[in-house]
Design a protein around this ligand. Structure first.
Ligand SMILES: Nc1nc2c(ncn2[C@@H]2O[C@H](COP(=O)(O)OP(=O)(O)OP(=O)(O)O)[C@@H](O)[C@H]2O)c(=O)[nH]1
Ligand SMILES: [Mg+2]
Length: 299
């Protein structure tokens, strides 16, 4: 399949990968990118699955990117995801890609962005990105998304408290999955309480949707909430603004990657060791050295 080959070429930085992305970029921007993040086991894959089915019924084509299913938290998930996703194998309208490349070339967020670019250019209407909400990588990944869904589950004690640190701010929509369990109301109250403490710049109050992903309850409500947020951004003329803000961050990341790459090119392991020794022995000051490396004149 051409799509899978293109993604592999870009992931592996096969010769010509950058030219490929340049050629694809003008064809992107049409897909709606929806990021879904939440704690390990909160039901992200199950929910993504349900949403994908929902969108297919509306005749939208779907791409799914499952990020980092091999994290230490979720060792077996890649197999589980594959088995579950076999459902879709007969349907060419759903394309699924797993990213298991944390720490790879250019970083996970960058790799995910590149894959999303290829899928977008291939003409998919909806791209669903599943990512475990644990760190900065995830915050960077959701920056690609037009809409970010944060998934919480009842009965995780201080879940809302812990998740508040990085993830609360990025939620455009909250899902309380596993609402068949005790405590969904409490989670909702906690979210509402946190929301009352701070208002967002864009004036949007993230809705809270209760779901039972394992039997499809609440999927339509979630899809409606996603559409509702998109409509709000459009109505308030905020869609472009949000996109510009995201690109500011992404451009800085891309620049950082490119410049680091450039510095590394002049500084192989042996050089680095020599520089470090010279600095440690005070034969050289690190400030001038870094300037020289940046200029490409370090000897
Ligand atoms: N009771 C209940 N179980 C659910 C619900 N949604 C998902 N599950 C179950 O929860 C387990 C984890 O679901 P996944 O969809 O794999 O969760 P995930 O967040 O993708 O997990 P990781 O990718 O490993 O982080 C599975 O056994 C699901 O069947 C729900 O609404 N209620
Ligand atoms: Mg999963």
């Amino acid at each position: 399949m051409a799509l899978a080959r293109a993604i592999s070429a870009i992931e592996n930085r096969t010769y010509g990968w950058a030219e490929l992305l340049k050629a694809l970029f003008p064809h992107t921007g049409k897909a709606r990118i929806i990021g879904l993040t939440g704690a390990p086991g909160s039901g992200k894959s199950t929910l993504v699955d349900q949403l994908a089915k929902h969108y297919r019924k509306q005749n939208y084509t779907v791409g799914i990117i499952a990020v980092d299913p091999t994290s230490p938290y979720t060792g077996g998930a890649i197999l589980g995801d594959r088995i579950r996703m076999q459902d879709h194998h007969a349907d060419p309208g759903i394309y699924i890609r797993s990213m298991a490349t944390r720490g790879s070339l250019g970083g996970l967020a960058r790799a995910t962005a590149d894959v999303a670019t290829v899928i977008d250019a291939s003409g998919r209407d909806r791209i669903l990105i599943e990512t475990v909400g644990v760190g900065q990588d995830e915050v960077d990944i959701v920056r690609l998304a037009d809409v970010t869904v944060v998934i919480l589950v009842p009965g995780m004690g201080d879940d809302v408290q812990t998740i508040k640190a990085g993830i609360m701010e990025i939620a455009d929509i909250f899902v309380i999955n596993k609402s068949d369990r005790e405590g969904a109301e409490r989670v909702e109250r906690e979210i509402r309480a946190l929301q009352s403490l701070a208002t967002r710049n864009d004036g949007w109050t993230p809705p809270v949707v209760k779901t039972v992903a394992s039997n499809g309850i609440g999927t339509k409500e979630l899809a409606d909430a996603i559409a509702g947020y998109e409509a709000y951004l459009k109505r308030e003329n905020l869609a472009l603004k949000k996109n510009v803000e995201n690109w500011q961050q992404r451009l800085i990341e891309m620049l950082r990657d490119a410049m680091l790459e450039k510095a590394r090119a002049q500084m192989d392991g042996a050089n680095l060791e020599r520089y470090a020794a010279e600095v440690a022995e005070h034969k050289r000051d690190p400030y001038t050295l870094v300037e020289e490396i940046v200029r490409g004149t370090a000897g």
